[in-house]
Design a protein around this ligand. Structure first.
Ligand code: PRP
Ligand code: URA
Ligand code: MG
Length: 217
């Protein structure tokens, strides 16, 4: 399985991730959502380099231009809630993609232990398509695993791109075991070493859903 950490090379992407993490800057929820969105734009561009291309003749007013353009049928799928601004960033660049949405939330049994519940899925047929599953945070990796299982009921994609912003080392190792090895690529902007007692990424950024949309009851 290919793992790509875009944060390893210096680019403005790292400033956007730094702003997401920054305890003062992240209080501005509009800037927080926009930073997630523009990381989605950058990642869509990077992932598009892996698509299949073929040459087409494009009629301009003055002649025919030979242009390599992508042939993949792309489905962008997102895990609610924190995935919503990320999805919008992907869709800005991959504007002819189809779209899928899955809900996943942590239901706490006590202070520290939780199960992940999937209650909603809206997805087109996925067979032979390029599936991009977007979620800004991969902590344990369980939400991604369960969202993928839910999406698999809609067919066999030809390729899967798991796109995230901050992943824990543990989540990457977990998904390497759970996702189909031969067709999956994992894209991240940062990898953090630890999880705390509540399975939050350390240093991470806190709760991406709450920072985007406010605290839940
Ligand atoms: O890898 P995991 O341990 O499963 O954790 C990661 C999940 O946690 C966050 O969502 P959250 O459950 O906070 O929901 P929210 O987006 O509605 O806040 C995040 O967006 C992932 O979906
Ligand atoms: O660190 C984490 C873990 C789960 N969800 C988040 O938003 N952040
Ligand atoms: Mg949350």
């Amino acid at each position: 399985m290919k793992i790509v950490n875009l944060g390893e090379s210096n680019s403005v992407l790292n400033r956007f991730v730094a702003e997401l993490r920054d305890v003062n800057i992240q209080k501005d929820s509009m800037r927080f959502r926009r930073n997630i969105e523009r990381i989605g734009e950058i990642m869509a561009y990077e992932i598009s380099k892996d698509f299949t291309y073929s040459k087409k003749g494009i009629q301009s007013p003055l002649g025919i231009a030979p242009m390599n353009t992508p042939d993949d049928s792309v489905v962008i799928s997102t895990i609610l809630r924190a995935g919503l601004p990320y999805h919008q960033g992907f869709l800005s660049y991959l504007d002819n993609a189809e779209n899928a949405f899955v809900s996943a939330y942590r239901k706490y049994k006590d202070r520290l232990n939780f199960d992940i519940h999937i209650e909603y899925i809206a997805s087109p047929r996925l067979t032979d398509k390029t599936l991009i599953i977007t979620d800004p945070m991969l902590a344990t990796g369980s939400s991604m695993e369960l969202a993928y299982e839910a999406l698999r009921t809609k067919g066999h994609p030809a390729h899967i791109h798991v796109a995230s912003i901050i992943a824990s080392k543990q989540a990457i190792e977990y998904l390497q075991r759970k996702m189909p090895d031969d067709i999956t690529t994992i894209w991240v902007a940062a990898v953090d070493d630890e999880l705390d007692d509540h399975s939050y990424i350390v240093p991470g950024l806190g709760d991406a859903g709450d920072l985007s949309y406010g605290e839940k009851e």
